[in-house]
Design a protein around this ligand. Sequence first.
Ligand SMILES: N[C@@H](CC(=O)c1ccccc1NC=O)C(=O)O
Length: 546
Amino acid sequence: MLTVFSFCSYCVIRLPVCNRRKTAARGANPDPNSQPQLPRYRNGHPFSSVAVLISSLWRPNTLYPTPATDKRIPTHTYTHTHMQISIFLSLSLFSLVRSTIIHQESHVQLTPCPAHDGDTRRRISMSTSSDYGTGAPPASAVAAVADLCHIPVHHTQAPSKQADPPAPIKEEPAGPEEVVDSITPATEGELNYGSYLQLDRLLSSQTLQSRGPDGNPVHDEHLFIVIHQAYELWFKQILFELDSVLDVFKAGFVDEAKMRLLAARLQRINVIMNLLVDQISVLDTMTPRDFFSFRSFLGTASGFQSVQFRILENKIGVKKSLRIRYHSDDYKAALSGPDLKAVQDSEEQPSLFAMIESWLARTPGLKDGDFDFWTQFQANLHESWRAAWQRIEAEPNAHLQESMRAAQKETEAQFERIFDEDVHANELLKGNRRFSYPAFKALFFISFYRDFPRFHLAYDVLNQLEVLDKHLQKWRLNHVNLVQRMLGTKAGSGGSSGYHYLRSTLSDRYKVFLDLYNLSTYLVDDDCIPALPPHVKKLLNVPPES
Ligand SMILES: N[C@@H](CC(=O)c1ccccc1NC=O)C(=O)O
């Protein structure tokens, strides 16, 4: 019975570990275009489930974000919790059984780790021995348990079976290499830093095309190649992160337990984008004359042809119809074959913008029972305007009174435009607004009540989206400035990316989350923000006493 149970528990732990190893092995895949295939877990990594369960002991909201009143949130949150509890119990029993074996055979010590807070994190010192046979690899099992508890693993010399029990191992501060050791078992010894990263291929991909007067390649071409390769590598990573973000929305329902991950992935994309924006300063060390000395060797190559950047724009949601044509050509005119196909495909798939738009339209509390946020917001504004007119009429200075009247009328006209759905439809057509009317209203709702628990992460996500647009604009601006500095107003190589064309891409037409930017037009005093009735507060996870 115990053996069967141990085996089952072992499988639960072992499978993801195996997958991870296979993934590492796939790192040596000779196909340069293949995306890294990371293991996917339908409900998250089993270990992270346990970690979530443990963390939920002091952060119950992470497990129970579902107010009973919101019927749209499936009860699988609870099922998931049950699963976590089951896995947790299985793992606990498993670790008990394993640690008995390990204690007997591998001399495992759990000692407080001085590098971390002693009570929650432990450091495992273990021996790697071949005595366990091929079927039961204790190193990975212990590594798995260590992984589960975020414990650094320390490998020490294997004790011989006959030898006396070894003396306790001396405490040392844990270093990053020890942690890496735990997931790089001896069987993968043929992989080293260079082969794992395929540096032979990567570092032999800088083929300078130019020849200077001395017959040697022009010095600065090396920098030119490396910097663009670095851009493309980071674009690849951004697309990888973005795809994982899009995956969260694909079900047509966003599991709120994934909101933190969403915000974190978007933030990561933004940090990378920031790096890309800053990277231009390296290229700026090249003067236009330096560039001129190798430019004629670039053939028709042009930044205009960056397929990954186009895919990125499309996946985020740059609208096909709002793109500016270059010499009356489609932006895809410079592409062909698989590149063209990949960009076309990215135009057809639902973008991040589209996913966010429908998610916003499902915002809880926007209209609930007899509470309609939008109507109440309009009523509060009207109330505040009545008070404003009383102040204006009481103003003794006629000149000042006149300008106050004009300002008040302008404010009212501007606000009335957001309450008119026909105006909204018209603004959508003109490209001055982007989100559907329900999503547009949700932007106000979330930003007004961003401090209510259920909206913390939703607001974070919106913030990251705004920053993402900002980075893309900065990246384009850098590109425009670079092109102008290097080429003046001439056409770029390949006759494509002229300065004037690039400058036009700085227009608001390329801002995907334009409505987020324009939201500050409608900032209001706190007393205009509707007070939420108790049932809506409850829906937004506000504790009853506040
Ligand atoms: N998860 C719900 C939507 C949702 O709850 C929601 C939508 C917009 C803003 C905040 C939301 N809830 C908390 O993040 C859904 O995907 O239908």
